[in-house]
Design a protein around this ligand. Structure first.
Ligand code: SF4
Length: 410
């Protein structure tokens, strides 16, 4: 959208008080996400009473009536019409979203030219019982390979060092045009037809991956990080969630990934307090999660989502129990992250330096990510933003959840 606005001659400003038009792209993954969106829209309305606010995204799709009453909201654009949002806001003719000249200027604020997100897929054909996505985003659909490759080339020309392929259900890429190995083909094509230094994959549902998928990592430009959402480590809970995996299948996949990708970091998502989750099921889930030795773990406390099958299930877990389980799973997550970090201390990693967080008398406080997606810090006489360098891991800082490293520069 930013590219389209700019292409049509508009300026993107960082301060909402200066904006004539504000676009809010909402999330609806949890009830909390709805609250955050409402709060943000109210803040924007207060910051500039003359601005007109356009709201889109999943929350706008599933509860437009809750948004329409907020001050300053002029338009609500459902996900299905998002591609034409810029046209509706500006009244100017539409342009194809990705087929344009590279842009000359950086985006304001926290966006830099190091890591770019490339959306290659939207929607999902699954029906996990906790998920509102199928309602909010519709059936799965993929962008053509050529359009994605064109966008990646453009990003390389703009100076980006890493692209992250994203999608609501990324692993299903290409299935809508009849290619069951669509994602593997897309990755191979990007690696062979562009000079992108680093390519990363976002979340992948475990049932989408075959063992031979991991052969892609023979190209070291593909980042050694897999985010495989498990959601529960208990088979009975997984069945109620309608997840298409089991403990056994998940463990076999993780084993295959570790065998084929040297030092791969595997992270996951886990929901606690899903309807019907007994103490025994939770304990089984926690034991399985621990046995997987994840490098990182996002813990979600189940929240009842109107419109989903899980919201109508019997056996909703009470809030105090959900809270206790969330605390226990968070403790496990911290332990897991520390143990993973201990394994990588002393080793050399490839780091893309993404920003300078401050300056001290000792130098620039550089922040970056390893290819295995561990956040790293170093103080160095140079600002390293945009460079990919080897760096030796010195120690893990649990407060910052990051590794202190020494960059190895010629
Ligand atoms: S596969 Fe992912 S996006 Fe699709 S329904 Fe399940 S959780 Fe939602």
């Amino acid at each position: 959208m930013i590219r389209q606005f700019r292409h049509l001659g508009h300026e993107i400003v960082e301060d909402p008080a200066e904006a004539d038009e504000v676009v809010v792209n909402t999330c609806a993954v949890t009830l909390d996400a709805n609250r955050v969106s409402r709060r943000l829209i109210r803040q924007l309305g207060r910051a500039n009473e003359d601005t007109s606010i356009t709201v889109t995204g999943c929350y706008a799709q599933i509860a437009p009536e809750e948004i329409a009453i907020l001050p300053g909201v002029k338009r609500i654009i459902p996900n299905g019409e998002k591609e034409a949002l810029v046209q509706q806001v500006t009244g100017q003719a539409a342009i194809e979203a990705f087929d344009r000249e590279p842009l000359e200027r950086d985006l304001p604020g926290r966006y830099g030219r190091t890591r770019a997100f490339v959306k290659v897929q939207d929607g999902c054909n699954n029906a996990c019982t906790f998920c509102i996505t199928t309602v909010a985003r519709g059936a799965g659909r993929s962008r053509p390979v050529e359009a994605v490759v064109r966008e990646v080339r453009m990003l390389v020309e703009m100076g980006y060092s890493e692209a992250v392929l994203t999608g609501v259900h990324l692993g299903s890429y290409g299935q809508d045009f009849g290619d069951p190995d669509g994602l593997a083909h897309l990755v191979r094509t990007i690696l062979s037809e562009t000079s992108l230094p680093r390519l990363r994959l976002s979340s992948l549902e475990p049932w989408d991956l075959r063992e031979d998928f991991f052969a892609l990592w023979q190209d070291s430009r593909l980042c050694r990080h897999l985010h495989l959402p498990l959601q529960s480590g208990c088979d009975a809970t997984l069945r109620r969630m309608a997840r298409r995996t089991t403990q056994q299948a998940f463990a076999a996949l993780v084993e295959a990934a570790r065998r084929q990708i040297d030092s791969v970091a595997i992270t996951t998502d886990v929901i606690v307090g899903f309807p019907g989750e007994t103490d025994a099921e939770f304990s089984e889930s926690a034991r399985f999660v621990e046995s997987m030795r994840f490098a990182g773990l996002h813990v979600f406390r189940y929240s009842r989502r109107p419109g989903t099958a899980a919201a109508r299930m019997r056996g909703q877990v009470d809030e105090p129990t959900r809270k206790t389980r969330s605390e226990q799973m968070h403790a496990l997550a911290e332990r897991s992250a520390r143990e993973y970090a201990a394994l990588v201390i002393g080793r050399t990693h490839s780091v893309l330096w993404e920003q300078v967080a401050g300056v001290t008398q000792d130098g620039f406080m550089n922040v970056g990510y390893t290819d295995s997606y561990v956040r790293v810090h170093c103080t160095h006489p140079r600002a390293l933003t945009g460079l990919i360098t080897p760096a030796q891991a010195l120690a893990y800082d649990p407060q910052r959840g990051a590794l202190d490293v020494r960059p190895l520069l010629k």
